[in-house]
Design a protein around this ligand. Structure first.
Ligand SMILES: *Cc1c(COP(=O)(O)O)cnc(C)c1O
Length: 418
């Protein structure tokens, strides 16, 4: 029997395990089904301890870390909560957190890049990102040598740091323009011969990788939680948390109810909040004005089968919208009480939890897991020398030759014939 299969949620057809979408329709996610119904923790390093429930056949030995889950005391007391758990994704060696690019995007990049290794993929992986995803893929691809073309807005370049010495498998292109210009260019390039797309929410390796946050939380606490809190842009982490909790219900050892999803967004750019509540909380100048622009996504996977709407419906979930002042004071309170720096995006989840307590959506005795999606970057800078990735090329999104220029540069960097 094979370790896992990949199935369309709408038509039920079994697909090639590496497929990103159903042959019959494009309005449904594919999902993995694992032959192991009970999760046995492996003794492999980092994320690979959840090997049974990752869609991989083999591991990247070096460099992958994992979530660290612990029960909060000081911050929980501030909020009057008795059973609050923190799933910390980032660098915090004192707690055992060792995601070296300091966000949970590391949990997506390692399984994704491992699968490219299995496929003996020689094409160039294309990733467009406002920062955290790009940094995570740069890290994993530096380790395996997978050729990677990163297309990022010039204004996000400061997020492109690395702790790796050798970044020769990466071609970084800075786009004068916004995140959508970068995505549009990357999309066109990924469709060309010699390039391959990472797949986003449709990639089961990304979702099951992110789902390990829930696995870590539930295995550490010993039970399925009443509530799960996360800051979302695309909402993929929310979908992943729901999928992982369904597997944990089927496992049989942790309870029979999936946690309620509480997903937070940053105003004035909250498209998922708007879709869910049927309001318009997306300003025309987005992502301007957000507490953290990594949380903006113009086309989140909301309505498709198995997407964010289904995840919220199935878990009796709810959405929050947070203004910058709330995020900022939530960040200070968390950092002061828990003693670690957190990523601004994660502060949006903290603020959502505070709103939920005030609104009575959670009760003092409820069991809660708060996903801190990124943190410990300041902590990491104390221990490691980081360096900035240098763009191989800068292009303007308005340049009609932008796509050609990027492809030519990638061909030069990777010695391709185009
Ligand atoms: C990407 C990201 C998020 C949002 O993740 P989703 O894909 O929307 O689930 C939240 N926090 C941080 C730090 C991120 O990098």
């Amino acid at each position: 029997m094979s370790k896992y299969i990949v199935k369309c949620l709408q038509c039920g057809d079994i697909h090639d395990p590496y497929s990103m979408s159903c042959k019959n329709n494009d309005e449904s996610l594919l999902r993995t089904e694992y032959s192991a119904k009970q999760l046995m923790i492996s003794d492999m390093p980092g994320i690979w301890r959840f090997y049974d429930w990752l869609p991989v056949n083999g591991i990247i030995e070096e460099g992958s870390g994992k979530t660290a889950t612990y029960r909060s005391k000081a911050f929980a007391a501030e909020l009057g909560l008795d059973d609050l758990w923190i799933s910390f994704n980032g660098y915090w060696p004192e707690k055992g957190a060792d995601l070296m690019t300091c966000t949970f995007k590391d949990l997506e990049s390692f399984p994704t890049v491992q699968r490219l290794k299995e496929l003996e993929e020689t094409r160039v992986l294309v990733v467009a990102s406002a920062g955290n995803t790009a940094r995570a893929f740069a890290n994993a691809c530096s380790i395996t040598g997978q050729p990677l073309l990163l297309v990022v807005p010039k204004t996000s370049l400061h997020r492109l740091w690395t702790i790796q010495d050798d970044s020769s498998s990466i071609c970084l292109v800075a786009v004068e323009g916004d995140y959508f210009d970068a995505i549009a260019l990357a999309g066109k390039i990924a469709a060309r011969d010699g390039f391959v797309n990472e797949g986003g929410a449709k990639n089961v390796a990304r979702r099951d990788g992110m789902g390990t946050v829930m696995l870590d939380a539930v295995l550490t606490s010993g039970k399925l939680f009443d509530h799960y809190f996360q800051a979302v842009g695309s909402g993929t982490g929310g979908i992943s948390a729901w999928e992982a909790s369904m597997r944990l219900v089927d496992d049989g050892r942790f309870g029979s109810k999936v946690p309620r999803l509480h997903l937070g967004q940053s105003l004035p750019c909250a498209p998922l909040y708007s879709l869910w509540n049927d309001v318009d909380k997306v300003s025309a100048s987005c992502p301007e004005g957000m507490y953290d622009d990594v949380l903006f996504n113009r086309k989140p996977p909301y309505g498709l089968t198995g997407g964010v709407k289904d995840a919220l419906d199935a878990t009796n979930g709810t959405m929050y919208a947070v203004i910058n002042e709330e995020a900022s004071s939530a960040q200070s309170l968390f950092e002061k009480t828990e003693g670690i720096d957190i990523n601004p995006a994660a502060a949006v989840a903290v603020a959502s939890l505070i709103q939920a307590v005030e609104a009575g959506n959670v009760k003092p005795g409820d069991s809660i897991v708060l996903n801190i999606t990124g943190g410990g970057q300041k902590r990491l800078m104390q221990d490691y020398q980081t360096k900035q990735l240098i763009p191989s090329l800068e292009v303007s999104a308005d340049d009609p030759k932008a796509e050609e220029l990027i492809v030519e540069k990638a061909a030069e960097v990777f010695g391709m014939n185009i």
